[in-house]
Design a protein. Structure first.
Length: 389
């Protein structure tokens, strides 16, 4: 029996990019079922791979740049221009300038990291003639609300003595004045659309500091400092612009970069898959599939809220196509994924190992997990239906 299998994974942060994940899963499937027809739709969610995927899908070009990284040191970065007719559209992924991958493990302090390099990429895109900019938010290593980006775009962030504060999350509690007068005037004529996780809020118990700060290395005390700083920041933005970011959908994306893009760049935020699905071929390929295999580094109770596996699975379930999810870790609340399209899931890690070992062996682990899953499916196809009583 031959199957058509659609492989539609996300990347595994700090281990494998999305194309590598898709190749590893496909290799595992073919080991178990050599006759399977493989379709690949590597999925991007605004994080790593966003620029490359959208530029490649439209026949565009990539442009290399050196920018200020999240810990203040220069990093190799990039943006791209999409091909085709219409406005000259640049694509930027914030992870290329302020991603967690760019923060050394021994420097993971989100009170100190900055989004300054994201602003430098926006300026570079405008310098190159962009009339529209798509920004992907995801895989961030920051929690500065876009303060660093704002400074790179020409804004000034001042304390009560009129001195410039450091453009990082830990300094926002000192903020007293925001000076918008120096912002790059080209921002008024360039349309900026941002792909965000629509569920990411800026403040509160579900806000970016409390939910994601600890994942980026913040201690409980630092989480409260970050929260207090973002509250001050949002209050001053409301006072100066009338933009209320406190509970705006998507404002908490990428350490609050969504909020900064709204306030300083006049950006419009969009649920990220509304942007991504316009340019990728997933829906067309899905209609030809008998089975979908998706994957992400972690599968848990947060997965139904804007993560790739459940977004893929919901679309597949609507067409009656089963979905299997493979993950590096299976976390608390994972059973919620069954209500959001996932039919079965499995961890790729079969024995205790360190995080570094799992990262280094990610490709091999994925390949074997995909093979195991496909062999289980092949056994199932040989089961005889029960006899009627």
């Amino acid at each position: 029996m031959s199957f058509t299998v659609l492989v539609a994974p996300s990347g595994f942060k700090e281990s494998l990019d999305v194309e590598d994940v898709a190749r590893a899963i496909s290799a595992g499937v073919l080991r178990a079922c050599p006759s399977a027809k493989l379709l690949q739709a590597p999925m991007v969610d605004g994080g790593e791979g966003f620029t490359k995927a959208l530029v490649a899908s439209t026949g565009g070009v990539m442009i290399d740049r050196i920018v200020t990284g999240p810990v203040g040191r220069p990093v190799k970065s990039f943006f791209g221009f999409m091909g085709g007719a219409g406005k000259r559209t640049a694509v930027i992924e914030m992870a290329a300038a302020a991603g967690l991958r760019l923060v050394p493990r021994d420097s993971r302090d989100p009170t100190r990291t900055t989004s300054y390099g994201v602003g430098e990429l926006i300026v570079a895109a405008m310098d190159a003639g962009a009339k529209r900019i798509l920004v992907g938010c995801g895989d961030s290593g920051i929690n500065d609300g876009g303060a660093g980006m704002a400074v790179a775009l020409g804004a000034r962030l001042l304390d009560s003595n009129g001195r410039d504060i450091e453009p990082c999350g830990g300094a926002l509690a000192e903020l007293a004045v925001i000076d918008f007068s120096g912002l790059d005037p080209r921002l008024k004529s360039v349309r900026i659309d941002v792909a965000v996780n629509w569920h990411n809020m800026l403040l509160g118990e579900k806000g970016v500091a409390r939910v994601f700060g600890p994942q980026k290395g913040a201690t409980p005390r630092q989480v409260e400092l970050l929260e207090r700083g973002l509250e001050t920041y949002a209050a001053l933005i409301l006072k100066e612009t009338g933009i209320d970011l406190r509970q705006a959908q998507g404002a908490g994306a990428s350490g609050g970069l969504g909020a900064g893009l709204m306030a300083f760049a006049g950006a419009r935020l969009h649920p990220r898959f509304d942007i991504v699905m316009r340019y990728l071929s997933f829906d067309r390929l899905l209609r030809s599939a008998d089975l979908v295999i998706t994957a992400e580094g972690s599968l848990d109770g947060q997965s139904p809220f804007g993560k790739v596996p459940c977004e893929v699975a919901r679309r597949a379930r609507a067409l009656g196509i089963p979905t299997i999810a493979l993950a590096g870790t299976i976390g608390k609340g994972v059973d919620l994924t069954f209500d959001n399209g996932i039919d079965a899931f499995a961890s790729i890690i079969k024995r205790p190992c360190t995080l570094d070992e799992a990262i280094n062996k990610g490709e091999k682990l994925l390949r074997r997990a995909a093979e195991d899953a496909m062999r289980m499916i092949m056994v199932g196809t040989r089961l005889r239906p029960p006899m009627a009583a």
